[in-house]
Design a protein around this ligand. Structure first.
Ligand code: ZN
Length: 112
């Protein structure tokens, strides 16, 4: 994945597929020492506000399904923040350099 490569290129080291508050959920990129978690979200499955789309066939089922995903994302983010983690959300459509910059800034802010 381009974002992981970009973070690595900047000398940032992280764990992948790491569980924090919910053993059933694994996070894509986790900086354990800084307590920063990067959630990479696919535009379709996580109903991106810019280009999330709802399929026309079985529209209601999809609306419920995608809404459920969004609510689950929100609950997970809340749990993480309550546990003292910084959550950086990156959408699939973002370019890797810009996203890596945001992650790097979050980590630098924490390190002081
Ligand atoms: Zn998107």
């Amino acid at each position: 994945m381009a974002l992981r490569r970009e973070l690595h290129r900047r000398g940032l080291r992280y764990r992948v597929q790491y569980s924090i508050v919910d053993r059933r959920r694994r996070h894509d990129i986790v900086f354990t020492r800084a307590r920063v978690v990067v959630e990479v979200r696919g535009c379709f499955w996580h109903a991106c506000p810019t280009h999330g789309t709802f399929p026309k066939a079985n529209a209601q089922w999809w609306a419920d399904k995608l809404q459920g995903n969004r609510e689950r994302d929100q609950r997970t983010d809340d749990l993480l923040r309550q546990a003292g983690w910084t959550v950086v959300i990156v959408w699939e459509h973002e370019n890797a350099e810009g996203a890596a910059e945001r992650v790097a800034t979050a980590i630098e802010d924490i390190r002081g």
